[in-house]
Design a protein around this ligand. Structure first.
Ligand SMILES: [Zn+2]
Length: 407
């Protein structure tokens, strides 16, 4: 058997534009999409009949946390469990992604070198899983979003690197470069799930932001920031960050700046949705902070979408009650904020790949790109919820290899 695969007669959503392609076949050979055409000669390749089905690019989640698994209180888990348990749990969580149709994820920060190690373990075939774009430990100021404990609690193995002042930042980023991260992740405002920080306060000062950008760029690394409040978002966008995660409370100036600079917004609607859905089970401070954000989050997506800001799909999966493998809920939530089904799909394929800096190799169905694609028994343009139904995602191909086959 050759390593060629031919998918015939499917309706193709290529991730490039609004149009769907009908009547063409896709030839996959040597990991890549070799040809998309009406007449491809069938000579001994594996043939998949796509009649009445949809082919679309593999989904991409720009924001997950693999060392978290939806726990109510992950700080408690950090106290109770050794780091090796985190590694074992993370490895099991990675196995949820290909079956759910995700061929790429960005692990957007977390403990030690876990994300880069999972990335490399998958790359060399030790475990199977999606392509990983890896951040290192979160960079946080003292008193910032990284502070899950009061200052008298000394936990050495944290997921956060605390840095204050440009010189500490310079050193921390150089260490992460040495550890081969793909992206530098830092906190620009407080967050909802820690008891100490303020979601509206700007955390890194402007001279510190300037250093983050300078050091990251010199090493050809992209940057991603967690930001809820307007002032923190604006300062990071002005400094030149590549993607703003959550971007919960945008104003017109923010939207304008992001549009002008091409900054990506990664809304992560699933995170606050899951927290509010389980509000009776979570600590009061989490609910209080999330309540202050949740309607703003939706409104910010509406504003950004209307203005044509780059929106890339990301879920923040791993936060309370937000489980790995259920990431495609985000598409439904984006559509509820007014995005068209097609634009939601593009945000989780082409735009997501562009946001991660890998748009030249994946994110669309085009000749020459890696064959990362899904065969779906249903039409997500008619019903976006199809993407959440794993039984409908019949085939998952990553780099030309059939990873999941439910036919
Ligand atoms: Zn996050």
């Amino acid at each position: 058997m050759s390593n060629k695969i031919l998918i015939k007669n499917a309706m193709i959503i290529n991730g490039l534009d609004d149009k769907v392609i009908k009547g063409k076949s896709i030839l996959i050979e040597d990991k890549k999409i070799k040809q998309i055409s009406e007449n491809i000669k069938e000579d001994g390749m594996l043939i998949i009949d796509g009649t009445d089905k949809v082919v679309m690019p593999g989904m991409i989640d720009c924001h997950i946390h693999i060392d978290l698994g939806g726990e109510i209180d992950f700080a408690q888990t950090m106290i109770e469990e050794p780091t090796l348990m985190f590694v074992l749990r993370a490895t099991e969580r990675m196995s949820k992604y290909l079956p759910a149709g995700f061929t790429t994820v960005r692990i957007n920060g977390g403990m030690d070198n876990l994300a880069t190690s999972l990335r490399d373990a998958i790359k060399i075939g030790i475990i199977s899983g999606p392509r990983v774009v890896a951040a290192g430990e979160y960079l946080s100021i003292t008193s910032g979003h990284g502070e899950f404990f009061n200052s008298w609690v000394h936990i050495k193995e944290n997921m956060t690197k605390f840095v204050d002042g440009p010189e500490e930042i310079r050193k921390a980023i150089r260490e992460q470069v040495l550890n081969k991260v793909d992206v530098i992740k830092f906190f620009s405002t407080g967050g909802a799930c820690d008891p100490n920080s303020n979601i509206n306060a700007q955390e890194f000062a402007d001279d510190e932001l300037e250093m983050i950008m300078k050091e990251a760029r010199r090493a050809f690394k992209r940057t991603s920031t967690h930001a809820h409040g307007t002032v923190g978002i604006k300062s990071a966008v002005k400094a030149g960050v590549d993607s703003v995660e959550h971007a919960s409370i945008l104003d017109e100036e923010c939207v304008h700046l992001m549009k002008e600079k091409g900054t990506f917004m990664v809304p992560t609607l699933k995170a606050s949705y899951k927290i509010i859905e389980n509000k009776d089970k979570l600590p009061a401070y989490v609910i209080e902070k999330t309540n202050a954000l949740v309607e703003n989050c939706k409104n910010s997506v509406r504003m950004a979408y209307k203005a044509g800001v780059n929106i890339a799909m990301g879920t923040d999966t791993g936060t309370p009650f937000s489980y790995h493998g259920e990431n495609a809920l985000e598409f439904e939530l984006m559509v509820k904020c007014g995005m068209s089904n097609m634009d939601a799909i593009i945000s989780g394929t082409r735009k997501a790949a562009d946001n991660l800096g890998i748009g030249d190799i994946t994110g669309t169905i085009e000749e020459g790109k890696f064959a990362d694609l899904l065969l779906i028994n249903g039409n997500p343009l008619q019903d976006i919820k199809v993407l959440q139904d794993k039984s409908k995602i019949e085939i998952v191909i990553k780099e030309g290899n059939i990873e999941v086959n439910r036919l």
